[in-house]
Design a protein around this ligand. Structure first.
Ligand SMILES: O=C(O)c1cc(=O)[nH]c(=O)n1[C@@H]1O[C@H](COP(=O)(O)O)[C@@H](O)[C@H]1O
Length: 232
């Protein structure tokens, strides 16, 4: 199974089809709000028909009853992973699982993971703007433990927290890590970044890579370079 999830942050179906047509193997892709708001959930069907795995990244964050209803409907799409914000609290995350179980096709629900502290959030932003005291790693660990207590399958975190999360939540608890940059890439809007090499060393289960692949001159070649690094 591929360990690289490619973020399809595009605004049209044509861009998605053109991008994926370059690959002659199944790719694990992430469909987020940009693509969903442009194309609707119909795009899931298109990507599934092309044979790819899908992480549907809609980051649900609302009261438990609303998240439960939302997840019940998402479960019917047959995607592989969905997510919520851990900041919604344990009852909201439990409701997400209940909704997924109710809506599951053939009794098999998608994996559900919780976004901890976004990789675009620095230590300073977390302390000074969000008003959360202490170190980022401690908040991320606490959110991960909440996610595990609620019955989720893993978290989204930065590479820098993956090892600590496996230590407190176990090796089976998934760490999905965006904020991936090649050594030559600019950080852009991300704050807590790391290379694929470091992600492998830290034991990340999956890395999420967007612009380093989608905006590269040869996306297929860059994808394989990154995936080979993860599989070393
Ligand atoms: O949930 C996510 O996927 C996510 C969480 C997070 O903390 N940081 C983060 O960057 N992401 C997503 O990961 C992708 C990163 O894109 P690039 O920065 O272009 O590699 C984007 O689609 C983000 O929405």
């Amino acid at each position: 199974m591929s360990k690289t999830i490619v973020a399809l942050d595009f605004s049209s179906k044509q861009e998605v089809v053109d991008f994926l047509s370059q690959f002659d193997e199944p790719v694990y892709v992430k469909v987020g709000m940009e693509l969903t708001y442009a194309c609707g959930l119909e795009i899931i069907k298109t990507i599934k028909e092309m044979g790819h795995h899908i992480f549907l990244d809609l980051k649900l964050h609302d009261i438990p009853n609303t998240v439960k209803g939302g997840m019940k409907n998402l479960a019917a799409l047959g995607v592989d992973i969905v997510n919520v914000h851990a900041a919604g609290g344990i009852p909201m995350m439990q409701a997400a699982i209940e909704g997924l179980e109710e809506g599951a096709i053939d009794g098999k629900r998608p994996l559900c993971i919780a976004v901890t502290i976004l990789t675009s959030i620095s230590q300073e932003i977390m302390n000074d703007q969000l008003g959360i005291e202490g170190e980022v790693i401690d908040t991320v660990k606490r959110y991960a433990q909440n996610a595990k207590a609620a019955g989720l399958d893993g978290v989204v975190c930065s590479v820098h927290e993956a090892k600590a999360i496996h230590e407190v939540c176990g090796d089976d608890f998934l760490t999905v890590t965006p904020g991936i940059r090649l050594a030559t890439d600019a950080k852009g809007d991300q704050a807590r970044v790391a290379t694929p090499d470091f992600a492998r060393e830290q034991g990340c289960d999956y890395i999420v890579v967007g612009r380093s692949i989608t905006k590269s001159e040869d996306p297929v070649k860059t994808y394989h370079l990154i995936e080979d690094t993860m599989q070393k």
